[in-house]
Design a protein around this ligand. Structure first.
Ligand SMILES: NC(=O)C1=CN([C@@H]2O[C@H](COP(=O)(O)OP(=O)(O)OC[C@H]3O[C@@H](n4cnc5c(N)ncnc54)[C@H](O)[C@@H]3O)[C@@H](O)[C@H]2O)C=CC1
Ligand SMILES: NCC(=O)COP(=O)(O)O
Length: 328
């Protein structure tokens, strides 16, 4: 059975609608249902000069596979016309609605996975919806308190203990319970979904030099170390906490299945420096498969043929592979 993916282009003024059109040009071993405004995609296809035939999705598995130039569409109307590059607060609720429809359809098993384009977190909040990111939104919809944001590129996977919270709150959010849950979800998914027989997980410290023996912060010794020792006693191949400024070098990474970073900007700049445009964002710990692009809304690129489709292609291919692996 061909995987059936829900694709949410995200912010209508950003590159997400362009990416939907660009992805439709390819021959995938899957069917893709864009959950979006159909006129928006048609308009963006015209701007890009690419062919696009939208096939209304009737809520059942397509009888005929989609062909290059085609895309299934579940129409969700915009609240206001979208102009490439110009955010409009009137469409904030529209973006959230597309994510809700995708989430509901995955929770019921209608779709096999969600692939998301980028959203603009600021404009959604300005529209009156408290929103910090897809990861937290989908976790909330699925009633999961702990999910893991993991970004992956060739030769490096980075998982985060905390995601979209202000830096000022990070230290308090690093609890033994949270660190243990994140490492455990990561470990189990590396085995079950990514074919790692015995994952080797390296954990960053929180403070400079992993706390320098307690002289530069206590969390590394008091919170992170005991969790790692406990998991080691349970047989897990996990080590750290390592100073984050020296951990990301080939000597250590060569044998690592994944690195656990304590916060967003500790791990993701390294990952994106290594593989921006060739990386995928995967949410672990959800009851369904969700992948996403490694970049944001790129408002300055919307409507441009210069958009790099690499991460979106990888997000779709990763979702397809994960669906197929889950059926083995
Ligand atoms: N998956 C998601 O929904 C994500 C959403 N965001 C959101 O995106 C918004 C803008 O964030 P920024 O920090 O400006 O990051 P950004 O990724 O949108 O842009 C950073 C730079 O990369 C370029 N760029 C990004 N994607 C590109 C592509 N596919 N092809 C060519 N160039 C590309 C942009 O033109 C810009 O110069 C924020 O509201 C942020 O929250 C950011 C990251 C991920
Ligand atoms: N920097 C990654 C990012 O912001 C994507 O987060 P999410 O929207 O996938 O939760």
């Amino acid at each position: 059975m061909r995987p059936l993916l829900a694709f949410t282009p995200g912010e209508p003024a950003g590159v997400g609608p362009d990416l939907a059109v660009m992805m439709a040009q390819q021959d995938w071993n899957a069917d893709i249902v864009a959950i979006a405004d159909s006129e928006l995609l048609t308009q963006r296809a015209m701007e890009l000069g690419l062919p696009l035939t939208l096939i209304p999705y009737d809520g059942t598995r397509p009888k005929n596979p989609m062909l290059p130039g085609q895309l299934f569409i579940k129409h969700i109307p915009l609240s206001a016309p979208a102009v490439a590059g110009e955010l409009n607060v009137a469409n904030g609720q529209y973006v959230v609605e597309t994510l809700s429809v995708a989430s509901d359809g995955n929770l019921t098993g209608e779709f096999d996975a969600i692939v998301t384009g980028p959203v603009h977190k600021g404009i959604i909040n300005e529209a009156g919806v408290a929103f910090s990111g897809h990861t937290e939104f989908f976790a909330n919809k699925a009633d999961r308190s702990d999910v893991v944001m993991m970004l992956a590129t060739e030769g490096l996977r980075v998982a985060l203990v905390t995601t979209h919270i202000p830096l000022a709150y990070v230290a308090k959010a690093i609890t033994a319970e949270r660190v243990e849950k994140i490492i455990t979800i990561l470990h189990d998914d590396l085995k079950q979904k990514f074919g790692e027989d015995e994952p080797n997980i390296l954990v960053c410290g929180l403070n400079p030099h992993a706390g320098e023996g307690g002289h530069l912060g206590h969390e590394d010794e008091a919170i992170i170390s005991p969790v790692i020792r406990k998991l080691q006693r349970g047989g897990m191949h996990v080590s750290g906490p390592y100073p984050a400024d020296t951990l990301f070098q080939p000597k250590y990474l060569a044998s690592a299945s994944a690195v656990v970073a304590m916060y967003h900007d500790q791990g993701l700049p390294v990952l994106k420096y290594k593989g921006f445009g060739k990386a995928v964002n995967i949410t672990l710990g959800l009851p369904y498969i969700r992948t996403s692009v490694d970049h944001g809304t790129a408002l300055d690129m919307a409507g441009s043929p210069e958009i790099n489709p690499g991460s979106c292609q990888l997000a779709i291919q990763t979702a397809i592979d994960m669906v197929n692996n889950s059926r083995l």
